[in-house]
Structure formats: C-alpha cells, structure tokens
Design a protein around this ligand. Structure first.
Ligand code: BDR
Ligand code: CA
Length: 306
C-alpha cells in the first residue's frame, strides 16, 4: 500500500520538484500540500503549489494555506527575507482554489481523525508544524516519520552558517525537535549539497515531457543562481534541496543517516538560526551524505512518469 504523505512546503523551485516527485511515485500517496511562508509569502507558496499540481494533472490533491509568519519571534528581531526568486512560478494560474480551511487546523484535525499514521515532510519554515503541535501536542502521535529539510552541520566551510528553513523560524524548529516525534529525519544542507544536479544532467530531462521540461527549467534557474557560490566550486550545478526528502522516502539508501542531537540557536542571539548538530547518539537521524548519481536517476525516472 502506498505510504500516505503530506508535504508542508514554501513552494519555490525546489519545493515544486519535491511536489512533482511525491505525486509521481507509486510508493507514495500525496494526501495534501500544506503551504507555509518562507521562500515567499504564504499566499504565493499556496498559489505556486496549486500551479504545480495543475501542471501535473493532480487537481485532486488539496492545498491548504497556513502560517504567514514565525510562531514566536523575539521582539525586535527583524523579519527574515525570503528567496530572491520571483514570487510566482512561471506556470499558468491555478484552475482550483486553495482550500478555505487553515492548514494548521487541517493538520490537527487530520491527525486527530487518523486511523493510520501518515508521514509529514516539511520543506519550508517549521511554523505550520510548530503551530500544529502547540494547538495539540498529541499531533505528533499521528506521524510515523517527520522528514525535515533543514539545518546545516558543517560550519566555517563553504556552506552557509544558517540554513533558511530553520533560520526563518528557529523557535518553531526547536519546538518541533523537542516535540517527541517517533522518528525525525533531518536532511541538512550538508546532504543536499552532496546531491547536486549538473547542467548536463538537467539537459536530459527536457525530452521527457512537459513536467520534466518545466523541472529542467527550474533547475536551470537554480544553477544560474548557485554557480557562483563557493560551494559549487565553479561547477554549473545546483542542489535541489527539498527533492532529496522525497527521494529519501522512496529509497532510504540514497542518504547516509547518523544519530545526532540537534540544538537550534534561538532568541536574539547573533547566531540565531544556527544548528548545533552533534553526531553519534541522539533522537534525530541526520542525513550526512547522499548519493548524487542515484538521486538524479530517481528524479529523472520519477519526472518521466508525469
Ligand atoms: C531551503 O530553503 C528554501 O529556500 C528552499 O526551498 C529549501 O527548502 C534550503 O535552505
Ligand atoms: Ca523549501
């Protein structure tokens, strides 16, 4: 039976590809998309999510809009800036409305009513998930696995010190880490930067159909903005961060996991948003590596199904 998955995302280009993969895979049953602020305002992330689902003919997947701001920011800390990408994905306006119900309410109600657990995959700020836990701490019991794209292990190298999903709402991230999920997998930048997609790989997607061609365009856009970053070392390539969470669900052997303890720098500290990740023991499973070639094979094979 296909695994029931809810994607909680701030749709921009990499979340968009995560949605496509989740919808494409027969192993997964994409129950709903819940939109959160992050890359863009929540109105845009909900609208973008709908656009992607329209593109792939999955108007049956409902989209709920949730939190538009951090859950409990300290006073005086400026609101984080979103992505430099345009707010709206270059796709036709959606044919379906975003659901009237609030995403956090829907998450809490769905968890309460669930007779079988479901898998939740947050790939934006953790504000929706934290709000759901705050509304009902037993929310965590309905989730068999929480797979979060967020955080960064390495510091002082070529990766940013603060990963944006955690950095957008550090208090929410810490609350989620402390909430007692049965299994919490964190996919940090260290893993997503190991699974970069090159310009040559991207070119092989174009002939595979409309959705794959759109994904190829998104990846090209990402390569254009990443190629000058030190982490790319001059290569025409880019991470597609959020898609790695779905690839992991389909084939957990694509990433290497390590038990870890994770602490988020919160409050008005100058290091706000950083993650201290200590590998070895702990309640969180952190992806420390990823197989780039097998990741891309899975992306290509999945997009070809759409
Ligand atoms: C994460 O931040 C967002 O911009 C991306 O969509 C991804 O989820 C990477 O740090
Ligand atoms: Ca995202």
């Amino acid at each position: 039976m296909a695994r029931r998955v809810v994607l909680d995302c701030d749709t921009g280009t990499d979340d968009a590809i995560a949605i496509m993969l989740a919808a494409a895979r027969p192993e997964l049953d994409l129950v709903a998309v819940t939109a959160v602020w992050g890359n863009h305002a929540v109105e845009h992330t909900a609208d973008n999510s709908r656009r992607v689902l329209d593109l792939i003919g999955r108007t049956d997947v409902p989209v709920y809009a949730g939190r538009g701001a951090p859950v409990d920011p300290p006073p005086g800390v400026p609101a984080p800036r979103g992505s430099a990408e345009p707010d709206t994905l270059p796709l036709p306006p959606p044919t379906q409305q975003v659901e009237a119900q609030d995403a956090v309410e829907w998450l809490v109600e769905t968890a309460r009513a669930a007779t079988e657990p479901f898998t939740l995959v947050p790939t934006g700020s953790l504000s929706n998930v934290a709000a759901a836990i705050a509304a009902d701490p037993s929310f965590v019991e309905a989730i068999d696995e929480l797979v979060v794209m967020g955080g960064v292990i390495e510091r002082g190298g070529s990766l940013p010190d603060v990963e944006t999903n955690v950095g957008y709402d550090p208090e929410a991230a810490q609350l989620v880490l402390d909430a007692g999920f049965e299994r919490l997998v964190l996919v940090p930048l260290d893993a997503t930067y190991r699974a970069i997609v090159t310009s040559e790989q991207r070119a092989t997607l174009r002939p595979l159909g409309r959705a794959a061609s759109v994904a190829a365009g998104f990846i090209e856009q990402r390569i254009a903005s990443y190629r000058t970053l030190p982490a790319m070392n001059g290569r025409a390539a880019a991470p597609v961060h959020d898609a790695l969470t779905i690839a992991y669900l389909v084939d957990p052997t694509l990433v290497t996991l390590s038990a870890a303890t994770v602490r988020v720098h919160t409050g008005d500290s100058p290091t706000r948003g950083r993650t201290d990740i200590t590998l070895g023991t702990g309640e969180v499973q952190v992806a420390v590596d990823a197989d780039a070639d097998r990741f891309f094979d899975l992306v290509r094979e999945s997009l070809a199904q759409l």
